[in-house]
Design a binder for this molecule. Structure first.
Ligand SMILES: [Mg+2]
Ligand SMILES: [Zn+2]
Length: 433
């Protein structure tokens, strides 16, 4: 596979820093962003790299050279006049006949390229797949709307209406493109991948997919952001957030922990978050812990709520969290219920499964999909099913007094759980604030 790096941006928002130095050459931890990207590509066996240059492109070529010092081969395509991120790709069709990785040269990124590629390959209709991740200011970010398979169905441009319910998925400007993408680029003029070409794909016959990852992808387009990236780099945060490194997780039960209503929510208007939960999840987000929701939703088996209804309820949760600058990394739910014989039930979901807590199926799935270190992980819940699931998985448990407050008596526990007032206290104890 070939990789293409967009390195023609002007970086005007970085002021004097980029007046005489192109953005991709700005150093983080003694290496330019470009060098970090080349090393990442090399690690995944991608050695054929094309750099698209514009502003101060000769400096980039001089500094980076032919790539031989990293064991890769680099060629350049220099633009005489900026044609935008999509316009810059017009030079590629004669050189690239297969899928390729496209990186923005001003994003500090450490992600598992193979995992991204596998995801893309499993979506055979994809004209392009783009990496998405939660924004900590979604109300003034462009977002994508996706279906359950992560196919992009709409592009939501800022500013957003205050009533909008959204998935908090911002575009991280890293892509896998297929050659079919080229045919959507307008033939002339300056044009941008997301603003001008993605809408053309959406109305055309091709499909765009979003790939979500909790890994580190941060642009350094302003002095503030650059400062943040440098700080994260020296703290080791960037590598520690990669899928290559096992991370601990805080598993969160949903009902009675994040939102009110310990016994399930079936109506959108009843989805109401605890204020403490927003702040607590924010604090998890600035730690190395993943935040993973694991929830029993027997309301699906009972026919009280549809999958679509649940999706909307989770969208509301994501919206409320997003407005507070918080995001959960994933939501795993069990739709099953074991007891048959009720009116309106969905027979195929009325089964004894391995995912309904206190079974640990949801935890096991999350652990595999996110490369989680269970020995350092914690479960925060409000019911004995949560506490028992934590016991069954052999992980630490902290109970909360909200919701069922561990008073439901459904399961007998080997240990009396440690119980604190709210999710905020529980998270503080885990993070030892
Ligand atoms: Mg609960
Ligand atoms: Zn289940």
């Amino acid at each position: 596979m070939k990789a293409v790096i967009l390195a023609g941006g002007k970086g005007t928002r970085l002021g004097s820093l980029t007046a005489d130095m192109p953005k991709p050459l700005i150093a983080v931890g003694g290496k330019s962003i470009l060098e970090h990207q080349i090393l990442l590509l090399k690690k995944y066996g991608i050695t054929d790299i094309i750099i698209l240059t514009g502003h101060l492109g000769d400096q980039i070529a001089r500094y980076v050279g032919d790539g031989s010092r990293w064991g890769v081969s680099i060629t350049y395509i220099q633009e005489s006049e900026s044609q935008g991120t999509a316009g810059a790709l017009r030079a590629l069709p004669e050189r690239i006949k297969e899928d390729f990785l496209l990186l923005s040269g001003d994003v500090m990124a450490h992600f598992n390229v193979q995992r991204f590629l596998n995801w893309h390959n499993s979506r055979t209709q994809a004209v392009a797949t783009v990496i998405v991740h939660p924004s900590n200011h979604p109300m003034d970010s462009d977002l994508v709307e996706v279906d359950a398979d992560m196919k992009i169905i709409n592009l939501l441009r800022r500013p957003h209406s205050p009533e909008l319910l959204f998935r908090n998925l911002g575009i991280a400007s890293m892509y896998i493109m297929t050659p079919a993408f080229f045919s959507y680029i307008p033939q002339y003029g300056k044009c941008d991948i997301e603003r001008d070409v993605f809408p053309r794909v959406l109305v055309g016959s091709g499909a765009l997919y979003a790939y979500q990852t909790p890994e580190y992808l941060r642009d350094m387009g302003t002095p503030d952001r650059l400062g943040r990236v440098r700080k994260d780099y020296s703290a080791g945060t960037i590598a520690a957030q990669s899928f290559e490194t096992k991370r601990p997780a805080i598993f969160l039960d949903r009902d009675g922990v994040i939102n009110k209503g310990g016994n399930g929510v079936t109506r959108l208007e009843d989805m109401e978050l605890y204020e403490e939960a927003k702040q607590a999840i924010c604090r998890i987000n600035s730690s190395l812990f993943l935040s993973i929701v694991v929830t029993n939703q027997p309301v699906l088996a009972k026919g009280l709520l549809s999958e679509e209804g649940l999706y909307q309820i989770h969208k509301k949760m994501e919206t409320e969290l997003g407005k507070a600058g918080a995001a959960v990394d994933a939501i795993y739910y069990c739709p099953h219920h074991p007891k048959r014989g009720f009116e309106g039930e969905i027979a195929e979901l009325k089964i004894i499964c391995g995912c309904r807590k206190p079974e640990i199926g949801l935890l096991t799935r999350a652990t595999e999909e996110f490369n989680i270190d269970l020995t350092r992980s914690v479960f925060i819940g409000d019911s004995t099913a949560d506490a028992k699931a934590a016991e069954n998985a052999g992980i630490r448990f902290i109970g909360v007094k909200t919701g069922n407050g561990l008073q439901d008596g459904t399961y007998e526990l080997a240990h009396t759980p440690h119980v604190v007032p709210t999710i905020a206290d529980a998270v503080d104890q885990v993070l030892m604030l």
